[in-house]
Design a protein around this ligand. Structure first.
Ligand code: ADP
Ligand code: MG
Length: 493
């Protein structure tokens, strides 16, 4: 080998060593990043864990809070509101009734035709609209005008056969799924907003009076015969379909539950006791809080930055408005502290609410070998490209941690209600308890729903679990409100 050739070989070797060193350094840096990302995941998983002992503590706390919420006003984070529904629809109701269902992202107008004894719902029809974000924090008049306009269009378009007989007014059930202090079946004042709404001038106002004013402004003749929330509506709708329904749970944008309470468990100061011996209670369980709840730094930050800090803590752990946002927050931390998505922090990841729960659930449900749904979602929503399969697997794992925690906590809440009702053990006559479930999260997030149902079985044990059934009461809240308008109608059928 000549001199020159030797020189070139030395230079070549040096270059090889240099590149190798770079690759090793890069790998070390990558593996360093990877292990710090995994450390964040591990810590998060630990902080989210919900072993059965913990779930039982949470269920017990729920039962205790239910007792104190019933006993005194402000005695608990749970409002335990009297619904003034002391008789659920019997099946004898007949005629045409309307409902408005306002409670979050979607808003529905419905009409049901009831056939009377034994014949059930003969016809039903609905129209749906989204609430424009601007109206969620505007004025009370603007929101109610918008709703009534949709109702007016719906009524204007209906066929002749749905018109009321001469001299009979149209009647409406209003499902308004925010905390309301009810003073009768068709009046009540708004206590506060939840689920991202913040219309100051509506708080403390009578919700039906506000709706009545908008009906007048828009020239719509309609009597508001029942004011309920989605849980009460779902309970009523569920009961109409199945006589064993005794609890309703909503898992949608927000979360809440209602159940049938013995009238003698309700203190006298709460108002007139019903003759039937029963009263439906709207728990407002979204506001439940207990020391045992597994709150992470992400939940705390989400709460502090929300429109209602310190409130609706249970809801912020379990409902659709928040699960995707929790995922965004942990991914952001992993991007910032462990360069999980590379050197640059994806800008979109910094924007609150960019990752919705439906998007999270489609990533969670991705069964493809290369997780291409996860890949596509990361690309289209967060503008993160070139993700490795390993990275995508971690994203799915995070979805699983967040959804399972939510579902298991919801199951613990249900156990708390069953305990309060004395239905968490064997019952005389072996009666069943059916839980009417509704809400987009329950309906569409299969992994969440499966986890909720298996957790109830784990908590109750095989033997008892067979006496508890879940029933998906699709659109139950709206239909239930129409049914309650019917059972509280001005007219006899
Ligand atoms: P609302 O609670 O606003 O009255 P819904 O009961 O229809 O309305 O629930 C809508 C919520 O359900 C959405 O905000 C979302 O959080 C959740 N959701 C809807 N579709 C899905 C889905 N495919 N996967 C997971 N969650 C979903
Ligand atoms: Mg709803």
């Amino acid at each position: 080998m000549g001199r020159v050739a030797v020189g070139a070989a030395v230079v070549g070797a040096a270059a090889v060593v240099g590149v190798a060193a770079l690759v090793v350094r890069q790998r070390m840096r990558n593996s360093g990043r990877w292990s710090s990302a995994m450390a964040i995941v591990k810590e998060f998983e630990e902080n989210c864990s919900t072993p059965l002992v913990k779930l039982r503590q949470i269920a017990d706390a729920m039962t205790v809070e239910m007792h104190s919420g019933l006993a005194s006003d402000g005695g608990s984070k749970l409002k335990m509101l009297i619904s003034y529904v002391d008789s659920l629809p019997s099946g004898d109701e007949a005629g045409i009734f309307y409902a408005l269902d306002l409670g979050g992202t979607n808003f529905r107008v419905l009409r049901v035709q009831l056939g009377g004894k034994g014949s059930g719902i003969e016809h039903q029809e609905f129209a749906e609209a989204t609430i424009p974000p601007a109206l969620m924090s505007g004025s009370s008049d603007a929101l109610f005008d918008y709703i009534v306009e949709k109702l007016a269009n719906f009524v204007a378009e209906e066929e002749q056969r749905f018109h009321q007989p001469e001299g009979r007014q149209r009647e409406l059930g209003f499902t308004f799924s925010f905390p309301v202090l009810q003073s009768s079946i068709n009046s009540g004042t708004l206590i506060r907003w939840t689920k991202g709404f913040s219309i100051d001038d509506a708080v403390g106002q009578d919700v039906v009076a506000e709706l009545d004013k908008a009906l007048k402004r828009k020239g719509v003749e309609m009597r508001v015969s029942a004011l309920v929330n989605d849980t009460i509506g779902t309970l009523a709708g569920g009961r109409y379909a199945n006589n064993d329904v005794a609890i309703a749970v909503i898992l949608g944008t927000g979360s809440n539950a209602a159940y049938i309470e013995h009238a003698n468990a309700i203190p006298k100061w709460r108002g007139p006791l019903p003759d039937s011996g029963e009263m439906v209670i709207n728990m407002e369980w979204g506001n439940f809080k207990a020391l045992a709840l597994p709150l992470t730094e992400f939940d705390i930050a989400l709460d502090v930055e929300s429109v209602n800090p310190g409130e609706q803590i249970f809801e912020k752990l379990i409902s659709g408005m928040y699960l995707g946002e929790i995922l965004r927050r942990i991914l952001l931390k992993m991007a910032e502290e462990a360069s999980f998505f590379g050197d640059k922090i994806p800008a979109k990841l910094k924007i609150p609410l960019t990752l919705s729960t439906p998007e999270m659930s489609s990533m969670h449900h991705d069964k493809s070998p290369d997780l291409h749904v996860v890949k596509d979602k990361l690309k289209s929503i967060l503008e993160i490209s070139n993700t490795s399969l390993q990275t995508r697997k971690v994203v799915v794992e995070l979805c699983n941690i967040i959804a399972s925690r939510g579902a298991r906590l919801a199951a613990a809440g249900i156990l708390g209600v069953l305990k309060k009702m004395g239905r968490d053990g064997p019952r005389e006559g072996g009666g069943k308890t059916v839980i009417a479930m509704d809400g987009g999260l329950y309906e569409h997030y299969t992994e969440y729903r499966k986890c909720l149902e298996t957790t109830i079985s784990e908590l109750l044990g095989e033997g008892l679990a067979s006496s508890i059934e879940f029933m998906h009461s699709n659109d139950g809240s709206g239909i239930g409100a129409a049914l309650l308008a019917a059972s509280h109608s001005l007219y006899r059928w």
